[in-house]
Design a protein. Structure first.
Ligand SMILES: [Zn+2]
Ligand SMILES: [Zn+2]
Length: 259
């Protein structure tokens, strides 16, 4: 983690703290008093960073982290989480503050001796797409999400000799339809750069990449039997891509206003 003394200058985050203070006041004047006392004492504890994550103030989060004002690995005051950083990850995720979430994830990989281990828990990512739009394409070999672990695209370049320049020059270049997993170096079949780009667009299916506004979506309603009324009643609805059956995630439902 970078540590720079001059960043400790609180005026760097004064404006952001002012905005955050307003957010908290609107939420609860009692909490606001506690918050203001802490800021007055420059006591940047879990409460302050929690609210910074909740109300999307990345500058404040960075200020606390980069000046080592708080050990994020220490136990959280909220007993549902093992550490402060777990609490913050959940908070930024729930509030869809993707930038903060990615920043915190970056800190975890920075502090892990073996960074390749950190990108492995793709199970945990399953729970993520319910609130964050993280496109997913799982490498069939190493099971990592290539949008997170990276992928390589090949470029074909044609050179010809140029007598003007006395050297070979590029005459044409094109991207090849070949994608290689950055983690395990496997060429992934039937995949190309365009398809991966399509998957990243919110109105496209996160699995097959087709445009949902063109291919359509399927609305499924589960009916459960109600003994009292002796009737089937609808219990929950789900929406999925009409082409491949992949379920829409929460950001997509929100985007299409079908929540
Ligand atoms: Zn792989
Ligand atoms: Zn699909």
């Amino acid at each position: 983690m970078s540590y720079d003394k001059k960043n400790l200058d609180i005026t760097l985050v004064e404006d952001e703290l002012e905005k955050l203070s307003k957010n908290i006041y609107l939420e609860s004047p009692d909490l606001w008093i506690e918050f203001s006392d802490k800021i007055g004492e420059k006591n940047f504890d879990e409460m302050i960073i929690f609210f910074a994550c909740k109300y999307n103030h990345l500058t404040i989060v960075k200020y606390i982290v980069e000046n080592n004002l708080l050990d994020l690995t220490s136990p959280s005051r909220n007993k549902s989480f093992t550490s402060i950083i777990d609490h913050l990850l959940a908070t930024s995720k729930t509030n869809n503050n993707i930038e903060i979430y990615n920043y915190l994830i970056g800190l975890i990989s920075e502090n892990t001796e073996n960074p390749s281990d950190i990108s492995t828990p793709d199970n945990s990512n399953n729970s993520l797409d319910s609130s964050l739009y993280i496109p997913k394409f799982i490498c069939p070999k190493c099971k990592s999400n290539i949008f997170e672990s990276g992928y390589k695209v090949m470029k074909s370049m044609i050179y010809k000799y140029s007598s003007d320049k006395n050297k070979p020059v590029i005459k044409s270049e094109e991207l090849l339809d070949s994608i290689t997993c950055n983690k395990c170096n496997t060429v992934i079949q039937d995949l190309n750069p365009d398809l991966l780009e399509n998957i990243c667009i919110v109105n496209n299916c996160s699995d097959c990449g087709s445009d949902l506004t063109v291919s359509g979506i399927v609305n499924e309603t589960k009916m459960t039997y109600d003994k009292k009324s002796k009737k089937f009643v609808s219990s929950n609805e789900s929406y999925s891509c009409a082409k491949c059956g992949n379920k829409l995630n929460d950001s997509q439902k929100e985007y299409f206003n079908i929540k």
